[in-house]
Write a protein that binds this ligand. Structure first.
Ligand SMILES: Cc1cc2nc3c(=O)[nH]c(=O)nc-3n(C[C@H](O)[C@H](O)[C@H](O)COP(=O)(O)OP(=O)(O)OC[C@H]3O[C@@H](n4cnc5c(N)ncnc54)[C@H](O)[C@@H]3O)c2cc1C
Length: 222
């Protein structure tokens, strides 16, 4: 487990860090991950493990990333969800499907945890069946406008970018939406019985404009 192919020994670091700086009971009682953990994880590269080194990430492969998430899950499942979500649902769509300009804009800040990334697919009428999403992307001159409601979006209220999925001409497309974009509104938090330190938000999309360079992938037909 400790061999991370020349990378800093994050597993050793995590074990030592957890002994002194992670109090899972307080995370649960306070319903919040303390700021020092987010900052320290960001500085260690844990929030952008698979981002290439050129963009400031650790450039780890899937196996090593999973070893680290496994260790983190043994320490605290809420932190493993938080870190896994940022790396996998937040960063990977941008890494795999973002335009060169989008990657240059976002990856350096996501790799070091200066901003967080979230993923918004689920809706009140679409959970296990994501093809049923009702959020729409309507073409405009220089991109699209997104309209709809997302629920259960982990880290959404804390995120600098949310990967939003919407119906577009009979298929589903992904769009990277930055915090502060007109019409993007955070709704209520779902107060869960477990994983209480994470936030899951409702996200309202009220004619949110997204430019062509923020498209994450060509649409996938059902
Ligand atoms: C803690 C947490 C974090 C989450 N984070 C995110 C996130 O970051 N982004 C995001 O987009 N979503 C997120 N979700 C939402 C999650 O993806 C959905 O909850 C999941 O897709 C299930 O959808 P649902 O809750 O609407 O359940 P439903 O789809 O309503 O399913 C309810 C039950 O019915 C069963 N079921 C459904 N369809 C069938 C069928 N055809 N046959 C047999 N059984 C069926 C299911 O197995 C389940 O037991 C999160 C959810 C939780 C609880």
């Amino acid at each position: 487990m400790g061999d991370l192919g020349g990378c800093p020994d994050l597993i050793g670091w995590l074990r030592e860090y957890a002994t002194h700086h992670i109090n899972s009971r307080l995370i649960d009682d306070r319903r919040c991950i303390p700021p020092h953990i987010v900052l320290d994880f960001g500085n260690q590269g844990l929030l952008g493990m698979q981002v290439p080194r050129d963009y400031g990430g650790l450039g780890l492969g899937h196996g090593k990333t999973m070893q680290i998430l496994q260790q983190l899950g043994a320490i605290d499942p809420t932190l493993s969800l938080f870190v896994g979500l940022n790396n996998i649902l937040g960063i990977r769509p941008i890494l795999n499907y973002g335009s060169p300009s989008l990657k240059a804009e976002l990856l350096p800040i996501l790799a070091t945890g200066r901003e967080l990334a979230a993923f918004a697919l689920t809706e009140p009428g679409a959970g296990s069946n994501p093809q049923a999403i009702a959020t729409r992307a309507t073409s405009i001159a220089d991109g699209w406008r997104l309209s709809g409601t997302k629920i259960w979006s982990g880290s959404a209220a804390w995120a600098g970018v949310i990967n939003v999925f919407a119906q577009q001409d009979g298929g589903i497309s992904g769009f990277a939406v930055r915090r502060g974009t007109a019409g993007l509104r955070q709704g209520a938090e779902a107060l869960t019985m477990g994983m209480r330190g994470m936030v899951q938000n409702t996200v309202y999309l009220e004619d949110v404009p997204v430019g062509a360079d923020h498209l994450l992938a060509k649409r996938a037909r059902a």
